[in-house]
Design a protein around this ligand. Structure first.
Ligand SMILES: [Ca+2]
Ligand SMILES: [Ca+2]
Length: 125
């Protein structure tokens, strides 16, 4: 999931505030999803969040710094539920349609990655 973003010169998206979360939701709502995208989309788009270091201690990206986890929008009260089992526990974050609240899921699921790409000028590239 991360490598697709790296191919674009970015990384999986981190969301650190309510404002950022709302902006991302607006963006996702503007996308005209194709019908055959729905299988992949149905249970979410990947964010960079993970608690694979220590259960319940969430962080963004690869630095495992839990102090940067300053906001969350879990689909309460049932998520995050760390479903799955053993090495297959749910340690990664997706935003789930249609209100784009968050769920923790297993890493081997297939979803679209939500990438953030720094300082791309849309005119000059
Ligand atoms: Ca977990
Ligand atoms: Ca879950």
């Amino acid at each position: 999931m991360q490598s697709k973003c790296e191919d674009l010169g970015g990384s999986l998206a981190s969301i650190r505030s309510r404002e950022e979360n709302d902006a991302v939701k607006d963006l996702l709502n503007q996308i005209k999803w194709r019908k055959d995208d729905w299988g992949k989309l149905a249970s979410g788009v990947w964010l960079a969040g993970s608690d694979s270091g220590s259960e319940g201690r969430w962080y963004w990206g690869s630095d495992r710094d839990t102090s940067t986890w300053t906001f969350s929008d879990w689909r309460l009260p049932h998520e995050p539920n760390n479903g799955g089992w053993g090495n297959d526990a749910e340690n990664h974050v997706v935003m789930t349609p249609t209100d784009w609240r968050w769920n923790d899921v297993r890493s081997n699921e297939e979803h679209f990655p939500l990438c953030e790409i720094p300082n791309v000028n849309p005119i000059t590239g």
